[in-house]
Ligand binder design. Structure first.
Ligand code: ADP
Length: 486
């Protein structure tokens, strides 16, 4: 088990107290007890962090290094993550209630690989040569946008940290990152490893604190050049408004989802039930792409429902450090209470509770896998993101019906389709308005596959070479050509 080493703000290469001297508690969702107190950043701390990032951008080495030099440091950081996997995995389990073995085997190694992917991109960022119609020659330069603000949530603290930090480092940007107040610990450990790897002072600043204070200070800052946000629609709206009211900095938003998994009659029922189970229970449903609406075609509905409920009943909820556990506690009390109130609402709305519906145990934020059937499209549990282990199971008849209902949402983050019919798969993937379509799979993420939303799930893309563009400016340079032979 990890003892927490880093609890202060990381600014300009040092761990420092906040100006106010205030600290806040971070709670272990398994026990509801305080793990440790963490320095609380506020506007003045963000100002100092932005000054450090500005200095590092305007006159530091980072943006001026050849790409391969930035890459070397990023690769070294990735190796340090690998060497510290157990400690990082444990921090993430204590702070966010995530499964230790999944952190260790999957999520933390993937963060190192995200860094490596963008390290590989760092020396391949270039513009284009353009042939104008008149006697001019033009080219574009891709320049780092400057000082970037990252505001991230608590459901996947390390993954999202590197989703944001890696491409912005590759482009030569400097940054201020605010982790969620529920889960500040892994971000501070990452900052420590960044320093060991040789990331120059001021390039990466990590300031834990609360949303309306430290978070708002980032989105409204006059000297931050771009903001990348992952979180709720409500806060995304505030971030965008603050950006608009201050210096009109570009914003990218990765917000929630109510992603449908659509299972056709010809799908492999066992595989479909496995995917549906994982789709709403992975990370206790605290996943923006959770398949929280499952539509099953009528021919296999009854058989599917039986299988899924059986599987959900044998799903193991328990201490996330125990390798037998498949689901840990929800990340915090707010979330725990919110999920339970959605479950009550589902019952009141008239949906049928097939399994689950209760908290587990008397201590910690554990909730049973919960499946509702007879869910109507306009019920709140079919429309709002619950962000917990709660599924709305629905029946459909035709492909047209499936398309209409899958798109009947304000969100558009992801969708899953299960069928053996290629035409069905192609029609569905072109008809659903969502940023990621998984065919006969789910949660198939990789650093090179762009990820982001349609509609109110946000805009801008994380991952892939796409993400680099959030952190780049395009400069067009034009010069006359005299006596051109062409
Ligand atoms: P979630 O619903 O996943 O908790 P939130 O959208 O509430 O997500 O929070 C995501 C991140 O946004 C957190 O780091 C939080 O502190 C931050 N945040 C909350 N309110 C604001 C705000 N008004 N301005 C900027 N950031 C905020």
């Amino acid at each position: 088990m990890s003892t927490v080493k880093f609890t202060k703000l990381f600014i300009n290469g040092d761990f420092v107290d906040s100006i106010s001297g205030r600290t806040f508690e971070t709670i272990d969702p398994r026990t509801e007890e305080v793990i440790v107190r963490v320095s609380e950043g506020d506007k003045e701390d963000i100002d100092i962090a932005v000054k450090a990032a500005r200095q590092a951008f305007d006159s530091g080495p980072w943006p001026r290094l050849p790409g391969y030099e930035r890459a070397k440091i990023m690769m070294k950081w990735a190796d340090l993550i690998d060497q510290n996997i157990e400690e990082l995995a444990a921090l993430e389990t204590m702070d966010a209630g995530k499964l230790y073995h999944m952190n260790k085997m999957v999520e933390i190694p993937a963060t190192a690989n995200t860094l490596r992917y963008y390290a590989g991109a760092a020396d391949k960022i270039h513009g284009e040569v353009l042939k104008m119609t008149r006697e001019f020659h033009a080219y574009t330069l891709l320049e780092p946008i400057g000082v970037v603000g990252h505001i991230i949530p608590w459901n996947a603290p390390s993954s999202i940290f590197f989703t944001k930090v890696s491409p912005s480092l590759a482009t030569g940007c400097t940054m201020v990152l605010k982790p969620a107040e529920q889960t500040p610990l892994s971000a501070l450990f990452h900052a420590h490893l960044a320093k060991l790897a040789g990331i120059p002072d001021g390039v990466l600043n990590v300031v834990p604190g609360f949303g309306p204070t430290a978070g708002a200070a980032i989105s409204s800052h006059m000297d931050i050049d771009a903001v990348s946000f992952t979180g709720s629609i409500e806060v995304g709206r505030e971030v965008m408004q603050a950006a608009a009211k201050s210096n009109l900095k570009p914003v990218s938003l990765e917000l929630g989802g109510k992603s449908p998994l659509i299972i056709f009659d010809d799908a492999d029922i066992d595989k479909a039930a496995e995917l549906a189970l994982l789709g709403f229970l992975y990370n206790k449903g605290e996943v923006c792409v959770a398949s929280s609406r499952v539509y099953v075609q009528e021919g296999i509905y009854d058989k599917f429902e039986k299988k899924l409920v059986e599987k959900a009943k044998s799903w193991v909820v328990g201490d996330p450090f125990d390798p037998k556990s498949q689901q840990g506690p929800q990340a915090d009390r707010n979330q725990f209470e919110k999920i339970l109130s959605y479950i009550e609402l589902g019952k009141k709305e008239g949906a049928t509770l097939l399994t689950g519906g209760n908290a587990v145990g008397s201590k910690g934020y554990y909730i049973e896998p919960t499946i509702f059937s007879n869910v109507k499209e306009d019920m709140i549990i079919a429309q709002e993101e619950i962000f917990g282990p709660v599924l709305a199971l629905m029946k459909f008849k035709t492909i047209e019906d499936a398309i209409k209902r899958a798109n009947n949402t304000k969100y558009g983050l992801a969708a899953g389709i299960m069928t053996k019919n290629l035409d069905t798969a192609n029609t569905m993937s072109r008809s659903i308005r969502a940023g990621t379509i998984w065919i006969n799979c789910y949660f198939a993420f990789e650093s090179d596959v762009p990820f982001g939303g349609y509609k109110m799930s946000g805009f801008g893309r994380d991952f892939g070479l796409e993400a680099l563009h959030k952190y780049l400016q395009v400069k067009s340079v034009v010069t006359p050509i005299y006596n051109s032979p062409w």
